[in-house]
Structure formats: C-alpha cells, structure tokens
Design a protein around this ligand. Structure first.
Ligand code: ADP
Length: 483
C-alpha cells in the first residue's frame, strides 16, 4: 500500500507545534506495512546541509495559476532520519524560501492562501511525475486541505489518480483556511464542482477545511474526546453541522509520541539521564533549570512548568487571571513560549516582577526538553486541546501534568486521586478551578510516597505510536480494500 503524507511541517526539519511531531513519527510506525512518501514545503528555516537534503535532477517544474501566473518549483529530497522513508521538499522562491519561520506572522491572508494552494498543486504534480501512485493521500490541517478538493475536481477523471482515496486529519479545527471566492480562480480549481454548500462554500466564503471534510473518505480527529466535542457548537468552530453530517466517516485516533526521540534515558539535552529505576537523578535536571532561570533550588518546593504556543487556545488567560494568586503559592514556575504579543508581554512582566515566576519568551527545543525533565509538574490549562503532545512528553519525563480535562487531555491524563493516576485535572474553564488543581498538586508534592507512585505510573504509561498506528492502518485498509 502506498501512502502520501502532505504537511506544512515535519519534525525534525521544520517544527512549530505538534503537527510536525506527528508527521515525523507516525510514518515510522507504518513503514513496515506501507510504502510512504512525505511532502512538505522547503521553508527557509530548514537546514539542508544538516539533514543531507539534495535537489533531485531535472526537478524544475513550472505550474500556472489563475491570471496565468507562472511559478517555478524544484524538488529536494532526503530520508526521514532512522528510516527508509522519502521526504520530498517542494521549493519555491516566492512563497516559501524567504521565511525563517514555518508560520511567519503578519502575512497577507490572500498570500497565505496562495502559498498553500501552490504547494498542494505542486504535490499532486510531483507525485505524478515521480510515478508515486498513492492508494491514500493523507492530508493534514487546512494547509493541505486543498488536496481532497483537487482529487475530487481537477483530477477526478485523471487515470493516474482515479483509484486514490483521501484521509483528512484535523489537528486543529480552529484554523480552517477561509478566504474570498477568488482564491478558487487562483487555484485553477473547478469552481462548478467545488464551490457549493456540499463542497467548500461556507457562508459565502471559501472554507478549505469544510471542503476537505466533505470530499475525504475518512476524517480523523486526533483524539476520541475531541472527535466528539467538535460535533457540538462549543468546540465545532462553525463546522459542527458539516461534521455532524459526516459522522459516519469521522474517527478519533489518539496521537502518540516517538519514544526513541523523547527518552529521558538518552536525551542529550538533559544534564543527567534517568529512567523509571533512577528517578532520583531527575533532580539534577531540576537544579539545572533553576540555575538557568535564576531560581533558588529547593527540593521541598515544586517546580511547575508550562511550554506552549502562546495563543488563546492554550488557556494563558487563566494564568493572567490568577497571576496574583500564583505568586502567593509555595511553588516556582517556569514558562517557555512564544506567540501573541499580549501573552509574551505578560510573561516578560511576570518574569521581571515576581520572585517565583520566570519565563523565556522564544522557541527552544533543547531547553524545552530540559524543562520537561527538570520540572515536577506540567501545566496545560487549555481552553480546547485536540490531542496535545506536551502532556505526553511531560509524562514520559516524569513531570505530572495539571490539565483542563478537554480533548486529548481528558483521554490521556488520569486525574488524582484515581487508581494509577498520573496527573491532575480540572473541568471548568475558570482560573479558580485551575488554582485548585495546582494547590492539589502542591499538596501531593509533600507526600513523597504518593508523588513517587504517580511519577512511576506516568513513566509506565504507553503513549507510543504502536496502538494508534494500527488504527490508521486498519482505516487505510478499510477504504482501499487492500489487505
Ligand atoms: P500544539 O500542536 O497545539 O502547539 P502540542 O502539545 O500538540 O500543541 O505540541 C506542542 C509541541 O511544541 C511540543 O512538542 C512542545 O514541547 C513544543 N513547543 C511548544 N512551544 C515551544 C517553545 N516555545 N519552545 C520549544 N518547544 C515548544
């Protein structure tokens, strides 16, 4: 079976969030059962030398878009580290090469649409040129949501693609790719087929995600709870009706993490490696984190971490609401994140004006791993959370998550004081409820027996890809009929 993955980001080459981790790790688990190709843009931030990314011979291709605009593309390739999987990077000097970030801020939305339309069309053309006749195209989030639409319109009667099925995966329903009708002309897409309420038209605008939901053979949400939540108005982001209509093809499959990458026993970012049998060594990392942030190390005082994109979804508002209360707690906090300016400013202010809160505003993967290892608790007060990988990584490093029970957080964290609990939960989106859960965690910290048991159940939990990869494979088999 041949599977084509298309994604805006792929770890370790380019990463802004959890999507990259998923595309960089799920294919590894599928490799023995399927032939896989991954397509992603060659962003300006990708280090070609480091990963041995080379241009393919005679790869230049010109594609024309609406208004007869011609764009030049080139194709680069390397293997996904540790595997035999081909990763193809599509290069375009107008849309992708100039940017050092995967998602640059302040782009003109129309230009943003053009970037991913051109990428998606180039994926279709290059796959054909490479003779990679995929049995399934697995598209992810709005950036590649055009693929099922192309497959259903322009390429519907193309012999090459006629047997290809499509899976569309929703990693985050909040970003849908909405713009005016004229982007369809730019995309050279058959408007007569796709621009209606059963396609991608949504309240008089183009909505790529709606189109992808309507035209895919299966729609996957990244956790069972999220797949139920999005059917209602509160989490449905205006697409709940479309999703309810597509319930028969909607699945909720939990993300996993790559246990060979996130491994406290081997991780080079740590000052001291440890595992379930040598948990006491974790404290050396706590000392290093305290030193880095200028906090006084105190084994009797818990260290609570937060590592996140700083956007509304992540519940930073609750931290803002509770900032005075947090300062009174017998605990230290370290925050690592970047994103919306208001939240960044809040973190900088707290870092400069409190005795127990420190922040690093920016993106630093190595520091993130050290913090996972050095912290006692990991705070994730998300307003909504499709799956969430950070809490899985935290548990893998023995840092107990304190979470709002929504989406994947509800599915993966067992809240104290249940059997085998591995974290703390609160339910209502409310600062006081979050504070209650934090206070509960601080209380448990003083009971070393319970703390140790909880850490051990967090470390023993299995969130690797094994189980979920099988669910994906079964789904591919179901839609293609290939055994
Ligand atoms: P999302 O995909 O919504 O951002 P996830 O929890 O699924 O959230 O994944 C976030 C990933 O990005 C985690 O691996 C987390 O460690 C990482 N991450 C987020 N912000 C930063 C940051 N500022 N520096 C380093 N890593 C970060």
């Amino acid at each position: 079976m041949k599977i084509l993955f298309a994604s805006a980001e792929v770890a370790p080459f380019s990463k802004a969030g959890g999507l990259a981790d998923v595309i960089g790790s799920l294919p590894k688990e599928l490799e023995k059962d399927a032939q896989i190709a991954i397509f992603t843009p060659l962003h300006g931030c990708i280090d070609k030398e480091k990963y041995g990314i080379k241009e393919l011979e005679n790869s230049e291709m010109w594609i024309s878009f609406g208004g007869n605009l011609q764009q030049k593309f080139n194709l680069y390739m390397t293997k996904l580290p540790g595997t035999d999987i081909n990763v193809f990077f599509i290069k375009n000097d107008w849309y992708f090469t100039p940017f050092k970030e995967v998602y640059p801020k302040y782009l003109d939305p129309r230009y943003e649409h053009e970037r991913y339309i051109s990428f998606s069309l180039a994926v279709m053309e290059y796959a054909k040129a490479l003779n990679f006749r995929a049995d399934v195209i697995h598209a992810n989030d709005w950036h590649t949501a055009m693929l099922p639409l192309y497959l259903h319109s322009n390429y519907k009667f193309d012999d090459f693609w006629k047997n290809t099925k499509c899976v569309f995966e929703i990693h985050n329903l909040a970003y849908q790719g909405v713009w005016f009708e004229d982007v369809i002309d730019f995309a050279n897409m058959r408007k007569d087929i796709v621009y209606n309420q059963w396609g991608c038209e949504h309240y008089g605008r183009v909505n790529w995600m709606k189109g992808a939901i309507n035209y895919s053979d299966r729609v996957v949400a990244v956790s069972p709870t999220y797949s139920r939540e999005i059917l209602g108005g509160e989490y449905g982001e205006g697409l709940d009706y479309t999703l309810r209509m597509s319930q028969n093809k909607l699945r909720g499959i939990l993300n996993g993490i790559d246990y060979s990458i996130f491994d406290p026993k081997k991780d080079k970012a740590l000052v001291k490696n440890y595992d379930i049998k040598s948990l006491e060594l974790k404290d050396e990392n706590k000392k290093a984190v305290c030193k880095y942030f200028g906090l006084k190390y105190n084994p009797d005082r818990p260290l609570i971490a937060l590592i996140s994109r700083l956007v509304g979804q992540k519940g930073i508002d609750l931290i803002r609401d509770m900032q005075w209360e947090l300062q009174k707690l017998d605990a230290d906090f370290v925050f690592l994140g970047s994103g919306d300016e208001a939240y960044e400013n809040l973190f900088i202010w707290l870092s400069n004006n409190t005795s127990n809160i420190r922040a690093y505003v920016g993106y630093d993967a190595k520091l993130a791993n050290l913090i996972y290892a050095g912290s006692d608790f990991f705070l994730m007060p998300s307003k909504f959370e499709p799956c969430g990988l950070s809490q899985l990584i935290a548990m893998r490093y023995g840092s107990l998550p304190i979470v709002r029970a929504t989406g994947g957080l509800e599915d993966t964290v067992t809240g104290y004081p249940l059997d085998n609990s591995n974290g703390f939960k609160f339910w209502r989106y409310n600062g006081w409820d979050m504070l209650g859960a934090i206070k509960c965690a601080i209380g448990v910290y003083q009971d070393k027996f319970v703390l140790d048991a909880m850490r051990k159940s967090a470390l023993a939990a299995d969130f690797s890809w094994k189980k979920s990869a099988k669910q994906y494979l079964d789904m591919y088999r179901e839609i293609t009929g290939i055994k």
